[in-house]
Design a protein around this ligand. Structure first.
Ligand code: IMP
Ligand code: MG
Length: 179
């Protein structure tokens, strides 16, 4: 496996977009408390940066789903870790690293909705709309990209590359993004 020499999304571009998203999320939710529900593990870095870009009261909790083996989705999504914060009546923003087929987001949003939050939004760092299987749209999107497999800033390939500070294309020579 190789990754692109240059980042697809630089640290600077990510940092600037995270600030904008923080402001947009604040505008939607007003001055009240917001629960950021980090989808582990891919959403770790994005959630940490977004939380610090948000003014006012922020509660962080986590939810973990298993949906992916290697590069191809298994199609089956199970919830492995549940949030411990009560979400009833809260303003909840689910923070995803990437919205691909939408299967994971569909299951997670259904799970959160059961607790009857006052407001529920989906925020994703990256959107790959061309791969969508479920009719899911994010309320806040950092970047929209073509169909290629990306790693870094939380995104992994079999647990590798997650801690890279920017986002790179995996196998750029065979990825559709390079053609
Ligand atoms: P979905 O359920 O197909 O929308 O995929 C959700 C999960 O698949 C994401 O949270 C990622 O963990 C993983 N995934 C999808 N595309 C990529 C990618 O390009 N790079 C790394 N992980 C990905
Ligand atoms: Mg993953």
């Amino acid at each position: 496996m190789t990754i692109s020499d240059e980042p697809l999304l630089t640290q600077e571009a990510i940092a600037a977009r995270v600030m904008e998203l923080g402001k947009a999320i604040r505008r939607r939710h007003g001055d009240g408390g917001i629960v950021l529900l980090c989808v582990l593990k891919g959403g770790l870095f994005f959630t940490a940066d977004l939380a610090r870009a948000l003014s006012g009261e922020v509660i962080i909790d986590v939810i973990r789903a298993r949906s992916y083996e290697g590069i191809e989705s298994s199609g089956k999504v199970t919830i492995l870790t549940e949030p411990t914060t009560s979400l009833r009546g809260k303003h909840v923003v689910v923070i995803e690293d990437i919205l691909d087929t939408g299967r994971t987001a569909r299951v997670l949003l259904e799970r959160v909705r059961k607790e009857e939050p006052a407001d529920l939004a989906l925020c994703t760092l990256i959107d790959k709309p061309s791969r969508r299987v479920e009719p899911i749209e994010a309320d806040f999107v950092g970047f929209t990209i073509d169909d290629c497999f990306v790693v870094g800033y939380g995104l992994d390939w079999n647990e590798r590359y997650r801690a890279l500070p920017a986002v790179y294309v995996l196998n750029p020579d065979i990825s559709p993004a390079s053609s």
